[in-house]
Design a protein around this ligand. Structure first.
Ligand SMILES: Nc1ncnc2c1ncn2[C@@H]1O[C@H](COP(=O)(O)OP(=O)(O)OP(=O)(O)O)[C@@H](O)[C@H]1O
Length: 855
């Protein structure tokens, strides 16, 4: 039998520390001793609960939901090694480990590792529920309990997951999990095999030699690197990915391998069973450990707003909130407590029991998650389905549609199996993941007299499917910013247009004149000239009275021309739905919970529509967004506007409807800020922050002022590749698929070339001949890559030399012929800066054109 080394970290002072495991598995030696035992532990197990216990659980469920459940580790002393996850406030220290200490057929007990602070109002039984919650197969806890000495909670890393996935032998997988369980239960290897290596009095590093484990191989090197030696010096080499304690390796660690950004998962029986059952090498998508900041939002059970920059975990929090509700429903269904109460807790709308296609009764929790981008919608749905299939141990199937291979050119294809109406959604379509566009289509189909009827060409034969007909109408008749700029703008009075920018004018029309706060639902769907012009006096305005007059003139001409062309814009569609909702009552499905991601891409008038589909105003709405990003051009978004509108039109109106207004005015919903960035290292964040600073300076209204984000990882600033004379750099880079001066190796699935528009995409795609993924910035929104090559963004900017206005800001000694900043004239700079910001996930700037070198 072969022996290999592995190591673990522990704080000797506390017998209930976590094990922080971070290693790579490659090969595993063949033999193992534990096979039979493992099979015993992983057998199926069902546990009958006593009535008394059930009653206890029932009464405590509500409190549990709100309990600040936090598993505190003793790793605080070792902060440099851990993520923020382990930074626990003093007050929460009492939230210690909870271990099932006894399991028998008739009862089980829970014991806290430290003194449990019952004075906090939390009863031990609550904690028991939590364990049941995450570990439906209790038997595994019995295994942990076999050894009464120190028990450790096992967290494992992304690296572990990836390596585990590669393992072929089921037996090896089992033996590995078994070993982890043994460790967590307090088992320690034979003393002869232990070397002690004391780094400090409070921290003892142990090095164990254990039978039958694996061969270690350091992860591959990549672009970004560690530089902060204060971290690397204190961090044990194995935690940074190298068993040989080679400092130079540490400095070259890939950011994605870093413990500080890495995802961690805790080992429970559910996870163990899932890992073992995953025979087809399917993507492993497990619930990872959230930070305190994220957990606070997930547990907060009232309607709320989540604000954070790209990569701070907004979508993660939304998804986990949704999953939490699903899980509560499952518990309710499994009868852990009285069914009626369970239902009232999970289904605020007192939803009904529906018949499944097989005829069985099923409670349908109606959750709706809406995004603007179809790609993000797809990604979120896949993630949740994975999590669901994990938590129901692989039994989950029968989702509404299979979205395995989506053609993003035909983004709506992923919704083919969801009806274009809220009237008859099959139960297995829930939770419902749709784009805002699909949401509008569904509302249109729920109400009488479709908006599109008037645009269908009666002379032509109608396509057999409604959705094909609608797609055609949308393609041919919808005026978006691109069509506005090309087909409408040139026809407006040049005296008006020469002083204005089409994107600014379109934004004002769509977001304010026709879709903003001042537009009441009952009105005619637009602001009067007087109201619009008067807004120049408001504090938030950055447009003069004169310019507003001009914009209003353009608006009137635009409306006439649009009518003549029999065309429409999105606000016409939204206003038409509002109009119909005033005349007829919404009869579609009532949602229990609604989650709206990328809310910055919606106008106030669009967001208003959601109140018709969900009356659970107190608890049912979560909006998340970032004013630094905007997918949809032509939207002017302010978080505070949405929040006030929500209070006035959702909260107060619902209270009025329920005749509650006198006693309680309700509260304006809380805003949570997420500030830790998981996607980018410090070097990229600094670049983003410098663009945000430009936005604050030039366009303070276009972005909410937030605290700068933090990232625990240091990294280099993005590299600027300048063109070499007579050399097509892109071609050169990709002429051979795997080498470019030895620097860019294997530009593959985790890398992307970002370009400005579809034209550039086609051009670059041809040049790299499928050797790299090429996306427009818009298409890349919400997706993640290890490396981003931003191609010729500045060189191809419509702003051309006008970028130079920012030099004034950067260097006051520059000669005077640099143009000075004019808000209206340079408005496009705002969207350009937003685009640039969107692309700064991890970028290598690649520019052509001399002008760019100034940057
Ligand atoms: N606690 C955590 N530990 C490790 N990784 C995390 C944690 N929370 C979130 N992440 C990861 O950080 C990345 C960004 O998260 P997410 O997509 O939720 O952010 P976002 O704010 O919605 O970003 P965007 O606005 O760009 O879509 C994801 O890879 C996510 O899995």
């Amino acid at each position: 039998m072969q022996c290999e080394e592995y190591m673990m970290e522990s704080s000797e002072s506390d017998s209930f520390s976590d094990i922080l495991l971070s290693w790579s598995l490659e090969d595993i030696v063949d033999d193992n001793l534990y096979k039979h035992k493992v099979q015993n532990y992983f057998g199926s197990f069902s546990y009958p609960l006593l009535d008394e216990t059930r009653a206890q659980l029932h009464s405590s469920m509500e409190t549990l939901d709100r309990a600040p459940f936090r598993e505190v580790t003793a790793i605080e002393e070792s902060k440099p090694y851990g993520k923020k996850l382990y930074d626990v406030e003093e007050s929460k220290k009492s939230w210690a480990f909870l271990i099932v200490t006894e399991v028998s057929n008739r009862s089980f007990k829970v014991k806290a590792s430290k003194e449990l602070q019952v004075s906090n109002g939390i009863q031990p039984s609550l904690l028991m529920v939590f364990l049941i919650n995450i570990t439906p197969n209790i038997k595994i806890w019995k295994a942990i309990d076999n050894n009464k000495s120190a028990r450790w909670k096992v967290l494992f890393s992304d690296n572990f997951l990836k390596s585990f996935k590669k393992l072929k032998s089921f037996r090896v997988k089992m033996s590995l999990l078994f070993l982890l369980l043994k460790l967590s239960s307090g088992w320690r290897p034979n003393k002869r095999n232990v070397e002690k290596n004391c780094k400090s009095s409070s921290m003892i590093w142990k090095k164990f030699k254990v039978e039958v484990i694996w061969k270690f191989r350091p992860p591959a090197l990549d672009v970004a690197r560690f530089e902060d030696l204060s971290i690397t010096e204190k961090t044990p080499s194995y935690l940074l990915g190298d068993s040989s304690a080679d400092r130079s390796y540490v400095e070259k660690s890939n950011v994605s391998e870093s413990l500080l950004l890495m995802k961690f998962y805790s080992l429970s029986s559910g996870v163990a069973n899932f890992l073992l059952s995953d025979s087809e090498g399917r993507e492993l998508d497990l619930p990872f450990q959230l930070t305190d900041q994220e957990m606070e939002i997930v547990r907060y059970n009232r309607s709320t707003f989540i604000l954070g920059r790209s990569g701070t975990g907004k979508t993660t929090v939304l998804t986990m909130k949704l999953c939490q509700k699903e899980q509560q429903q499952r518990i309710a269904e499994e009868g852990f407590y009285g069914v009626e109460n369970a239902l009232s807790h999970v289904f605020p709308n007192n939803n009904k029991v529906e018949q499944s296609p097989t005829g069985a009764n099923m409670c349908v929790l109606r959750q709706l998650l809406v995004t603007v981008s179809a790609k993000l919608c797809f990604a979120v749905k896949q993630h949740v389905l994975h999590l669901k299939s994990f938590s129901s141990e692989g039994n989950h199937s029968g989702e509404c549609s299979s979205t395995d291979s989506i053609d993003f050119e035909d983004e709506e294809a992923q919704f083919n199996n969801i009806p274009d109406s809220f009237l008859d959604i099959p139960p297995n379509c829930y939770p419902l993941f749709i784009t805002f566009h699909k949401f509008l289509m569904m509302l249109d189909g729920t109400l009488g007299n479709s908006f599109f009827e008037r645009f269908l060409d009666t002379s032509e034969p109608r396509p057999s499917s409604r959705s094909v007909a609608l797609q055609t109408v949308l393609r041919q008749k919808e005026v978006n910013l691109a069509r506005f700029s090309t087909s409408y703008w040139p026809h407006f009075n040049i005296q008006l247009t020469k002083k204005l920018d089409p994107s600014k004018v379109f934004t004002e029309i769509i977001s304010h004149i026709k879709g903003g706060l001042g537009v009441t639902e009952a009105g005619d769907g637009k602001l009067s000239r007087g109201d619009f012009v008067q807004r120049s006096e408001g504090r938030a305005s950055n447009l003069s009275k004169e310019k507003r007059e001009m914009i209003y003139d353009i608006f009137l001409v635009y409306e006439k021309k649009k009518k003549k062309n029999v065309e429409f814009d999105v606000t016409d569609f939204v206003n038409d739905i509002h109009r119909r909702l005033r005349c007829e009552k919404y009869k579609g499905h009532e949602m229990d919970f609604v989650y709206i991601d990328e809310v910055q891409d919606l106008t106030v008038n669009q967001i208003r529509l959601f109140k018709h589909v969900c009356s659970n105003v107190e608890e049912g709405f979560v909006f998340s967004g970032d004013t630094a990003q905007a997918i949809a051009r032509g939207i002017d978004f302010r978080f505070q506007d949405i929040r006030h509108m929500f209070y006035k039109e959702f909260v107060l109106e619902s209270k009025r409807d329920k005749h509650e207004e006198r006693e309680d005015k309700g509260q304006i919903s809380k805003i949570f800020h997420l500030s830790q960035n998981f996607r980018m290292h410090d070097g990229i964040l600094k670049l983003s922050q410098s663009i945000i600073d430009l936005l604050y300076h030039f366009f303070p209204q276009s972005i909410d002022k937030l605290k700068p984000e933090t990232s625990p990882i240091c990294g280099e600033a993005p590299v600027l590749l300048e063109p070499i004379k007579n050399l097509n750099l892109i071609m050169k880079m990709f002429e051979s698929s795997d080498t470019f001066h030895g620097n860019i190796v294997g530009f593959g699935a985790e890398q992307v070339i970002l370009v400005r528009d579809k034209r550039a995409r086609n051009e670059i795609s041809n040049q790299v001949a499928k050797r790299a993924l090429v996306l427009t910035i818009l298409e890349s929104k919400g997706l993640e890559f290890q490396d981003v090559l931003l191609y010729n963004f500045l060189g191809s900017s419509p702003l051309q030399n006008q970028w130079r206005v920012i030099f004034d800001l950067l260097d006051s000694t520059l000669p005077e012929h640099f143009p000075s900043f004019d808000e209206d004239k340079h408005n496009i700079l705002c969207s350009e800066q937003h685009d640039l910001l969107d692309s700064t996930s991890s970028i290598i700037l690649f520019c052509s054109g001399k002008r760019i070198r100034h940057m």
